[in-house]
Design a protein around this ligand. Structure first.
Ligand code: G6P
Length: 606
């Protein structure tokens, strides 16, 4: 995935700023990092393996001189995490430096040819870029901008890149194709980075670069063209309302815990989304002849819950398909009568974008739900609903999950009203109930957090967990299980509770922890039977149940109580203790929940 940044300043040194921006991008990858600047006619570079703080302690990243520079934080794809494979990468003359996020598909073929004339140092796909640019400049005596464009015309794959060149110390050249990159407009300074949060301390004026565009950035101007057509583009400019503090820990030990605690606020903001927008989305979905929901990871669990809500509340048929399987599962099924509801907090997940592009090329209408303004998904969509969670930095999604659920709840109620499936009175009641969810989450955090922490500490070293739910709670179980896997590295499975007797129950032996999600909906009676089945085999039962649910209490070893929540919206409130459970198990075991191994927040490879 990787995070990249480029900064050009009129007067001051850029390395401390690049360092700061990289810290904010670290969620995108953290196995190595580096910065390169131009000073006194040469490239100054510091890079190494490890997290940014470790590298800074060793090398003092802020001491690099120069008013122009680029930086990178890496999530390895080609080549192990190492100093040599860390970006920036240089050409043979050590005059051109490049940072890159993405994958160059034809790099082997390019490298094979270039290796006849150039000396490669790393195993990365990226290194072909500086050598290609070097060769073009040498042959044609063109400027960096033209050479970069020509180099990119030879490259197949995904990229966001930033390039600097010693002979042109007043320009950053950047370009993107299917990897995110935004431009920040400052005063006597301009910027580019993988996302908006990296630039929040410097500017809130953001220009969006589209796929297939290249920009020349000076400290006082920006020029954008298409890479292939050489057509001048006037980029859209947005004023961002997020503040830099929103992307800081604010006294919490980890972003994840802070973001869990921000959920009541995030929910309130999202439940206040303008009704006209909800109505527009609801009408578009209602008009669809075939509706597919697609998303990845946590967003996929929100999408699955959305499918239950559409069926239960709106009597609207939909199919939820995980993005990485979308194309294969819908071959020959997508046409102009199809609508896609794509959900992605970042709006940049390659699997989801791939599904969206595939559907769009086959004539489908695209509706998206995302948390990031101007993200790629929003630009591919006919209509976008922006959730209001503020920036989410912790790699494991928390607050963006419940705002996605809240948006889907609002949409499903609106569809129910349009279709006349529910009486207005019922819709009003449910809406009223939904509006209470921020308070319920707040109460749950206040009352149950220390209990969840105690349970987490008691069970922290169990090697396996099972999460079971029925109906919409299956999705809560799936998300709870994913959280535990992602950040605590404990093997866990989620299953529909009714299905557990067809396999997973074989795993149960005395002391095996099974987490049940048991809201008092139409599944309640049946899940009691499922609890008894595993209890009879010695499982330890941890239940998430409505307060005063005595039946569940009697059967449980531990019970975490949730205030009454309108049942189809139970995932919004019932997921909260499961997020805390994963968080406290991870921290008890000494893991950093904000930066789980092998994962990245925004996965921009297929
Ligand atoms: C990655 C993250 C997950 C996230 C998923 C989808 O795998 O680690 O936390 O749920 O991507 O991300 P999206 O931005 O599309 O919601």
């Amino acid at each position: 995935m990787c995070g990249i940044v480029g900064i050009i300043e009129k007067n001051s040194s850029v390395s401390p700023l690049i360092h700061e921006a990289l810290k904010r991008l670290e969620y995108r990858g953290y196995d190595s990092a580096g910065i390169a600047t131009i000073h006194q006619n040469s490239i100054c570079i510091k890079k190494d393996k490890g997290k940014i703080d470790e590298i800074h302690q060793k090398l003092d990243l802020d001491s690099l001189p120069g008013r122009i520079g680029i930086g990178h934080t890496r999530w390895a794809t080609h080549g192990l995490p190492s100093k040599i494979n860390a970006h920036p990468h240089l050409d043979c003359t050590k005059k051109i430096a490049v940072v890159h996020n993405g994958i160059i598909e034809n790099f082997l073929e390019l490298r094979e040819d270039l290796e006849r004339r150039h000396r490669f140092e790393s195993e990365t796909d990226t290194e072909v870029i500086p050598h290609l640019i070097e060769e073009i400049i040498l042959k044609t005596r063109c400027d960096l901008y033209t050479a970069t464009r020509k180099a990119l015309q030879k490259i197949r794959g995904t990229y966001a890149i930033v390039v600097i060149y010693v002979e042109e110390p007043n320009v950053l050249v950047c370009a993107r194709n299917e990897s995110p990159l935004v431009i920040g407009i400052g005063k006597n300074a301009n910027y580019c980075a993988s996302d908006i949060t990296a630039l929040l301390p410097f500017t809130k004026k953001i220009a969006l670069l589209n796929d297939g565009e290249i920009a020349a950035i000076n400290y006082d101007k920006i020029h954008v063209e298409t890479i292939n057509g050489e057509v001048v583009v006037k980029p859209e400019i947005y004023d961002i309302s997020w503040s830099p503090e929103m992307a800081q820990k604010g006294g919490y030990p980890h972003f994840m815990l802070k973001e869990i605690h921000e959920q009541p606020h995030a929910l309130t903001g999202t439940l206040l989304i303008r009704p006209e927008i909800i109505d527009q989305v609801a009408r578009a979905l209602n008009d669809s002849k075939k509706l597919y929901i697609t998303a990845a990871g946590t967003s996929n669990h929100a999408g699955l819950a959305g499918k239950y809500m559409f069926s239960k509340l709106s009597a609207l048929q939909s199919q939820a398909i995980i993005s990485s399987e979308f194309q294969e599962s819908t071959t020959n099924l997508i046409d102009q009568d199809t609508t896609i509801l794509a959900i992605s907090q970042s709006g940049e997940t390659a699997d989801t974008l791939n599904a969206v592009r595939f559907a769009k090329n086959n004539g489908a209408k695209i509706i998206s739900v995302t948390n990031v303004m101007g993200s790629t998904i929003s630009r591919l969509s006919d209509l976008t609903l922006y959730t209001q969670a503020g920036p989410e930095i912790g790699v494991a999604a928390t607050k963006t999950f419940i705002v996605q659920l809240a948006s889907l709840a609002l949409i499903s109620l609106q569809i129910a009203e349009i279709r006349g499936v529910l009486e207005s009175r019922e819709v009003d009641q449910l809406r009223e109930g939904l509006m209470q969810t921020p308070k319920i989450v707040e109460k749950t955090l206040k009352k149950e957090e220390s209990l969840v922490r105690d349970i987490a500490y008691e069970y922290a070293y169990k090697p396996n967990f099972l999460f079971l739910g029925r109906g919409i709670s299956t999705t809560t179980a799936m998300e709870g299980s994913l959280k535990l896997k992602e950040i605590a590295y404990i093997h866990s499975e989620a299953y529909p509770a009714g299905e557990s007797k067809h396999g997973p129950i074989a795993l149960i032996e005395p002391g095996f922890p099974v987490v049940f999600i048991t809201p008092p909906d139409e599944t309640h009676e049946k899940i009691i039977g499922n609890i008894m089945e595993v209890k009879a085999r010695g499982a330890k039962i941890i239940s998430i149940a409505e307060q005063n649910d005595h039946d569940i209490k009697k059967l449980s070893d531990k019970i975490i109580s949730i205030p009454p929540t309108p049942t189809p919206f139970s995932p919004i409130t019932y997921i909260v203790p499961l997020q805390l459970l994963a968080y406290y198990i991870a921290t008890k075991r000494g893991f950093d929940p904000d930066k789980p191994r092998n994962l990245a927040k925004s996965v921009t490879v297929l």
